[in-house]
Design a protein around this ligand. Structure first.
Ligand code: PD2
Ligand code: ZN
Length: 292
């Protein structure tokens, strides 16, 4: 069983200060290998033994911090993606089809050639597993009904082809290749969908700390479409009233963490139900710092 060392002390006090619930913190510790009673005792100790008093102290401290801090609405600073209608991304020219400033979304064409898309699909077809999602309370990967797709992960740079993809995407997103998670391939059959969600780890949920411990928060996503979807399957941004059709080799980029580490709630997004045929995508998530 793990012990409460300095990094756990730091985790406990920062989660108390952020206003995480006792149950979500206990769940996260149990998930990390602590016995339930030991986890409960440590969390209560961190809350100063009396959760009611502690909650009052936390909310007063939070109010004070907020009063001092910068405006709470998301500040749109400049995206790292290059300007222009065509962007040289490592070894390929990528066309820009659309840019939106609030939320920060860019639609691209020709990120991958049709041959490269087909190669990614054929490599992945036999390795698919039912997709999981991060449980917000525990940080554990759960299979849930909100995401009806199958997927696989590739390690960053695991072979020459994957490395070329990683480098091209990092160059297009203008973010260090070392900060990228491994590529994920997802396959949705007809009716498959991914209900609206955020790609960042919500800071007020204790389970998020498990995921941000390495590499920090996610800052931006690139979803690349590997096939033309005959009907449905758009990537939707319900808060922005926007949708992006899935066309082979095209992609949608969205950025949700700015230089002040604020997170943009307008980047709520989902994969609309596939109404005809199937849908293959490849996703890259970028972190604040080196990952893996
Ligand atoms: O399949 C999509 O269009 C989609 C939508 C929302 C993918 C993701 N999110 C994702 O992989 O995070
Ligand atoms: Zn997503």
């Amino acid at each position: 069983m793990p012990v409460v060392d300095a990094s756990w002390e730091e985790w406990l006090s920062s989660n108390v200060a952020r206003g995480c619930s006792i149950d979500s913190m206990v769940d996260a510790m149990v998930q990390a290998g602590f016995a339930t009673e030991a986890a409960r005792a440590e969390v209560h100790k961190a809350f100063g033994r009396d959760p009611a008093d502690a909650a009052a102290r936390v909310s007063a401290a939070t109010e004070a911090a907020l009063a001092k801090s910068a405006p709470r609405t998301y500040q749109y600073d400049e995206s790292p993606v290059a300007r222009g209608n065509v962007i040289r991304a490592h070894d390929r020219d990528v066309r820009v089809l659309m840019r939106c400033e609030r939320p920060q979304v860019i639609v691209f064409a020709d990120v991958l050639s049709p041959d490269e898309c087909n190669e990614m699909i054929e490599r992945s077809r036999h390795r698919l597993k039912r997709s999981t999602i991060v449980n917000p309370d525990t940080g554990k990967e759960d299979v849930i009904r909100n995401r009806t797709s199958e997927g696989i992960w590739y390690q960053r740079g695991e072979d020459a082809f994957i490395e070329k993809m990683d480098r091209r995407i990092a160059s297009l997103m203008n973010w260090p290749v070392e900060n990228g998670e491994g590529l994920q391939i997802l396959h949705y059959g007809t009716t498959g969908e991914y209900r609206p969600h955020f790609d960042y780890f919500p800071p007020d949920q204790a389970g998020s700390a498990v995921h941000t411990a390495q590499g920090g928060q996610r800052v931006a996503t690139l979803v690349i479409y590997l096939n033309d979807v005959p009907d449905g399957g758009e990537t939707i941004f319900p808060e922005a009233g926007m949708s992006v059709a899935a066309t082979q080799g095209g992609a949608v980029y969205f950025r949700y963490m700015n230089g002040q580490r604020q997170l943009d709630p307008l980047t709520l997004h989902g994969g609309a139900p596939v109404l005809g045929g199937d849908k293959w995508i490849m996703t890259k998530w970028m972190r604040e710092r080196a990952y893996g």
